[in-house]
Design a protein around this ligand. Sequence first.
Ligand code: ADP
Ligand code: MG
Length: 585
Amino acid sequence: MSVTMTEERGKTPETESAQEFTDGFHLLIDALQANDLNTIYGVPGIPITDFGRLAQAAGMRVLSFRHEQHAGNAAAIAGYLTKKPGLCLTVSAPGFLNGLTALSNATTNCFPMILMSGSSEREVVDLQQGDYEEMDQLAIAKPLCKAAFRILHAQDIGIGVARAIRAAVSGRPGGVYLDLPAKLFGQVMDAQAGAQSIVKVIDPAPAQLPGPDAVARALNVIKAAKRPLIILGKGAAYAQADELIKSFVEASGIPYLPMSMAKGLLPDDHPQSAGAARSLALKESDVVIMIGARLNWLLSHGKGKSWGEPGSKQFVQIDIEPREMDSNVEIAAPLVGDIKSVVSALMIDMGDSWPQPPSEWLNAVKEKRDTNLAKMAAKLQSNTVTPMDFHVALGALKIIMRERPETILVNEGANTLDFARSIIDVYKPRKRLDVGTWGIMGIGMGAAVAAAVETGNPVLAVEGDSAFGFSGMEIETICRYNLPVCIVVFNNNGIYRGTDVNPTGGDDVAPTVFVKNARYDMMMMAFGGHGVTANTRDELTTAVNEALDSGKPTLINAVIDENAGTESGRIGNLNPQSVVSKNKS
Ligand code: ADP
Ligand code: MG
């Protein structure tokens, strides 16, 4: 993109040779488009308002949010779903900081994204002379993301964007910060030199092959296993090696446990799924093959009571990040490389000679799973439980997800998250988006927007009433872009439960309690979306099916018994409780 200066000044090309110019705005657009990055999630304002306009004019999709954190969460999920860095665009200082939460969360979750923030003038910031929204954003971003860069000159935009892309998607993916001082956008340079400065990144996430010795070592451990278990993490889902992973699991005959976002990589009703026998599988297994999953808090760090006797296990771990190995416990057979290359190597070396796991082990897992599933099924049926409890409401949604496996499930909350994770089956890869590695609240609407925009599939967002509040204003965004998103708010009048009381008898309600019987559905109606209150399982089923059939933005206020939840869902053990105050009361 360029303009002819002579034409602008009204001179004819004959009187002066025409030199074409471009500027920082257009170079940034060209650099992104050259790399097939065509969607921006952001919030406009100084100094990036015009950039957003020009990007839209150039054919990019520019989606405006109401708060940067949700634009950032959308960019992160776009990165997770597409393996290309999701783009988030923000203003300086406060907008940047709002986006930084999402950038940091993306990095923690290994999602590739680029946060591009406008910033104040270097000269003024560095002398701390009090510029408009003055802040040394690069320094602040650096420890909170995978890489951070600042571009000062228009001729460096091509290289700057290339570095950001490579940093985001190569090796372990993560968040990258790109600092764009206001002055950069207006810098003018020769159009031809500008075009030459654009870099199209070749092979941004190169394959990383495991060494043959590492493959042989791992296969020896696997072959000797008596009670093997595979754990699939969201790294495996991210890798988009779906068929390969399925063949590996099926050829090996080994029971597998999906981490929450890896659900659906193989359908949750797969005969080898140990999802409903999780405790037994973790405790009793002797060899655990981790594929794109980390032994962090979500897996009790690979040790302690839930993992059985100390020393009873050997771990094989497939991960692209060498330093992940031995992060919590000793890894007997590290397989460093990208999942596709590593799993291919295991398959090739094993050929047709996979030993099948002993039948005692397979039967033990199967028996436990079937018993647990039967126990759960009994709780999911009733239409007469009103107000609904979590099981009844989620039982309805479970059936809908089975009937509509293309639907992308977004899920956050405490009880709403923990119960939904075990109750709602997922049948296809990357169809479940949730609170991820940090277990944070507030990802809901950003994830829902990105899921709809990037895939075109219908989205079902199952939200605790508290969790929904963090990003609730983005329902306007969902209505504005008319996205096929159905939000179900599990309204139990508060955080965990709606029943806490103020022990002093004062006027303030307890800190965990919200306005009783709130009508979240009416919020949606304010923006032209469809709003419904559902009091029974049948009402909920009808409303969700109608929403998914219509593709219209819908919010269903699902009335849940305010007594039904438990403190912090299933992670109550992480919430310290005072012994002293208990003794007093
Ligand atoms: P979960 O929470 O589902 O267990 P984590 O986010 O903890 O998953 O772990 C994902 C792991 O996957 C990270 O350690 C990351 O380095 C790894 N990873 C991501 N992409 C790839 C890939 N393409 N190949 C190999 N490992 C990957
Ligand atoms: Mg609640």
